[in-house]
Design a protein around this ligand. Structure first.
Ligand code: DAH
Length: 373
């Protein structure tokens, strides 16, 4: 193994030879380093303060040199120092590169193995139906609004012309939020029973003219069965402008039903009552299951209960009393008029897809839901 010897003379030729010998020893030893531990020993042998090769060079070559040779030797020793440091560092880099290529040699990816199959989700049939309904109205220039599911008495009832204690409130089996007794009646919270409160919220925020649809979740205190769920979905619509008539309502909804259920369906309006519309109507569509005949072959048609008509939504002309609540924002009932409608999206999904139990929508059974993939 190389060891640093005293210089016998300080001629340039002698120095050249000594430097060459040292550097070739450095390269040869660097080449044998094969592990981290070996590299550490290599580094210490050449760079340790105590008895490292560089220290010895300093002591035996530089310190021992006669005065007039010191300048020249000092310069060479500095060059050697740089050279040793570089070699030690590049050897370490070779170790680290070697470690990662060793890892590569064992941790190889077998690209022929089957991949991880991530189950593809599907749009939920109710959301799909909501989107289809909203899409029909977007094509007519309606924009989409949403509102809170936890609503105040004011928006759910009062501003929709359900006066406090009015029996019309009983038609909406309301789920009230507990412990609201200390608040003024109109601020008490409840789970909204319909999407209609967003009519008022939107009219407070936007001036007429207005054409909006409002998809969303609603709750009622209905025990669950095949056709009822305490949570379900509605799409509300509202159009306000000057000179909106019942003819606009009929034309718009007739077009929407043809877009949703097929161009051969017919619509039929019969008088009804809602506090927030006057006049009010229920709209029927001809049964798109039996084509309006009430029969499927020799069997009675169940979806329309053999009547040939299916009730699909409530609608009417916005009651002037509702406009009174938002009069300050440009809704003077003497100047504007409007129509509104509201439909149950779950019910429409049931009819469209021939589902016989609304509960299936909300049980999260993948075998049911994957049919919409
Ligand atoms: N909000 C009513 C309900 O849930 C449905 C409805 C009827 C909405 C008539 C309307 C309307 O906008 O004009 O029973």
């Amino acid at each position: 193994m190389y060891s640093v010897a005293k210089l016998t003379d300080y001629s340039a030729a002698a120095l050249d030879a000594a430097v060459r010998e040292l550097l070739s020893a450095l390269d040869a030893e660097a080449a044998t380093v094969k592990s981290d531990a070996e590299w550490k020993a290599f580094r210490d042998r050449w760079m340790a303060r105590k008895n490292g090769v560089l220290t010895l060079v300093n002591d035996l070559w530089l310190k021992a040199a006669p005065k007039d040779a010191k300048r020249d030797i000092g310069q060479r020793v500095n060059e050697l120092k740089t050279q040793v440091e570089q070699t030690v560092e590049s050897t370490q880099q070779r170790m680290q590169g070697g470690a990662s290529s060793a890892r590569l040699a064992t941790d190889r990816v077998d690209i022929t193995l089957p991949g991880i199959r991530r189950p593809v989700g599907a749009e939920h049939p109710v959301i799909k139906t909501l989107n289809e309904i909203v899409g029909v109205f977007r094509n007519l220039g309606y924009s989409v609004q949403e509102g809170p599911v936890i609503e105040t008495d004011y928006y759910n009832f009062e501003a929709l012309n359900f006066p406090p204690n009015h029996p019309a409130r009983d038609t909406q089996d309301t789920l009230f939020v507990a412990k609201q007794g200390s608040k003024p009646a109109r601020e008490r919270l409840l789970l909204r029973t319909h999407t209609s409160p967003v009519q008022v919220r939107t009219m407070e925020a936007m001036k007429p003219p207005l054409r909006i649809v409002i998809p969303g979740k609603v709750h009622r205190n209905d025990p669950p069965d095949a056709s009822h769920s305490p949570m379900f979905h509605q799409v509300e619509g509202l159009a306000v402008d000057t000179n909106i008539t019942f003819g606009d309502l009929k034309g718009t909804l007739d077009h929407a039903m043809k877009a949703l259920f097929g161009s051969s369906v017919k619509t039929h309006f019969r008088p009804s009552f809602f506090p927030f519309t006057e006049p009010s109507a229920e709209m029927m569509v001809s049964c798109f299951i039996c084509g309006g005949s009430g029969k499927r072959g020799s069997e009675p048609c169940r979806p329309c209960k053999t009547t040939g008509w299916i009730e699909i939504l409530g609608c009417g002309m916005v009651d002037p009393n509702v406009f009174e609540f938002v009069k300050g924002n440009g809704y003077d009932p003497k100047k504007v008029s409007g129509f509104a409608f509201g439909m149950g999206a779950d019910r429409i999904a049931i009819l469209k897809y021939g589902v016989d139990d609304i509960q299936l929508f909300f049980q999260g059974d993948v075998r049911f839901l994957e049919q919409w993939r």
